[in-house]
Structure formats: C-alpha cells, structure tokens
Design a protein around this ligand. Sequence first.
Ligand code: SAM
Length: 331
Amino acid sequence: MSDRRLPPALAAAVAERVRPERLGEAAARLSAGYRANLPSRQAVPDAAGVAAYAASRMPATYAAVTAAFDRLAAARPVFEPRTVLDLGAGPGTASWAAVALWPTISSLTMVEASADFRALAGDLALGGPPALRQADIRRGDMVQLAGLPEGNFDLAVVAYALTELELAAAERLVVDLIARVGRIVIVEPGTPRDHDRLMVVRGAALAAGTRILAPCPHAGPCPLPPGDWCHTSVRVERSRAHMRLKGGTVPFEDERYAYLVLESPSLAGTEDENGGRILRPPRLSKHEIVFSVCRADGTVGEVGIASRNRAAYKAAGKLGWGDFLSNDDLN
Ligand SMILES: C[S@@+](CC[C@H](N)C(=O)[O-])C[C@H]1O[C@@H](n2cnc3c(N)ncnc32)[C@H](O)[C@@H]1O
C-alpha cells in the first residue's frame, strides 16, 4: 500500500503558501458549496478559495486518489506509465499522487479551467520531481479532448471533477477517453449521487468494450439495491492547522470516495478472478468475520469466515472495506 500522506515536498509547499488562520471564511464557503454540489467555479471562486482547497481538501483527495491508483497497480503490477493526463487537475493533486507511485512518469498534462487553480498547481509543482516541474499545465475545458497534444496517454485521471460535469458530458468524456488512453482512473466523492452517476458512466464504458479493473468484480449491472451505494473510505492524518481550519477534534478524517479503474479494450488483458469486493466494514465477532461482498457472478451477499478455520480467519482479519477477497480467502 502506498503512503497516502502528502509527500513532504508538497506538504511543505502548501504550508509555505497557505496560512490556514486567514482562510476560515473561504474554507467554510468551500465546504458549504461542495456539500450543495456547487461546481468549483462557485465553491472556490478566487485565490483565497483555492488556497483553502489546498489546505482543507488536498490531503483527503490525494489519499483517495492514491488508494484508487493502488487498486490499478495491484491489478496491473507491471504497468509503468510514462504519459499521464490529469483532467480537472485543480492544484495538481492527482499528478503528485501519480508520480509518487510511478516514477517512470516523464510527461504530465494537466487540464484545468480555473486560472487560480492553474497558478497554484504551477507554483506547487516547482517543488516536485522533474515530471512535475516540466508539467504542461493548460487552460481548457476537460470535455474538449481534441485540443490536447497528439498521441495517446498511458493513464488518465479525473479526480473529484467528473462530478462537476453534466451527466451526459461525463459519459461522452469517458467514452472519448477510452479511445485515447490505455487506463483511466476516476475518483469521485463517496455519495449516493456520485455513485448513481458513476454507474451511468460505467454503463457507457462497458458499452464501449472497456474492462473494469476495480472496484466491480463483474461486468453486469450493479446489483446494489436502490438507496445503497458503492463507496469506500481512506483515513487521512490531520495536522493541527487542518483541525483548526475544519473545526475537527480528532487528528484524522475519513475520506469517503467512489471510484472506477477502467482499461481500454485495445490493451491485452483480462479481469482478475477473485472472491468478491468487500462492500463495507467487516462485522467481527469472536466466532466469525462477516463480509458483505459484491461477487464475480454479479450478485451481492454475505460471506462468513469462522474462527475455527484458523488460517482463513487470520488472513481475513487483515482485510478491510474496499479490499478484494481472494478465492483462497474463502477456503
Ligand atoms: C474538486 S476540484 C478537484 C481538483 C483535483 N483533481 C483534486 O482531486 O484535488 C475540481 C476541479 O475540476 C475543475 N473543472 C471543473 N470542470 C472543468 C472543466 N469542464 N474543464 C476543466 N476543469 C474543470 C475545477 O476548476 C476544479 O479545479
């Protein structure tokens, strides 16, 4: 599992540029705006808003993107991307997460609509490795892929940004990306709204022949009943400044996110065989661990592992919400 904390160079760059004590109002506006599903241009409309975003949201979005990248790296351990496209890049969060995991990356293209976000992304990138310092940070509308440099990208990431598009535009974007990009990681807030939207996008991706590497263990319709939603959670350490800014009382926050890892049908490959995706925190008793799982046959259900089955019980104790059960875990 990769380190989910901001890399020290990025954390230092944010701390240097952002004074949390001056950002209370902008941070409150940002939280209220995103809770009301306002797009960034309204929730984060100026330089103070962008600074508040870096201080209050970047550690959590970085952690969620890293966790989703880990799922791609687990499914494709020999994948070594060189060229990465980061759409709706904001301050460059996902680009930083990508270079931390894959040092092979030599070319980063960030597409971002907001001048304030682009300015901060460029400023923060100065403290990063060469791929970040040389990143192409371009003004643009992420749904217009036609303006991008010629050639295909090894990886595209759309982090907390698809949520800001009209649903039809999000579907079109993902289908267009599949034609130009080998692998695509989409990360969204872990809300019922974003799950529902992601399932529509998933349907469009499947219709275009795409393989889903995670989180779904099957290519059938999502079997969750109405009102339930597929998401998971990553724990993020909080600095004192961050706690003050967000009025937190504990030194961590749990970031809930939903995600999809897609693979172009033009690449050779198959989906992994597995025993199902763990859909929520396991229920633990002295006698058994019970996992709620989405299974490879397209159904959801519960799997219990009894403590008398010592080896399997011990192995199951290491698994958590969002992990895959392997077929071995079940025996
Ligand atoms: C919530 S922020 C996420 C930033 C970053 N990806 C992260 O994970 O921290 C969403 C970003 O998408 C950008 N955005 C929204 N719609 C866009 C569009 N059509 N084209 C380019 N950027 C867009 C916003 O300006 C904002 O910077």
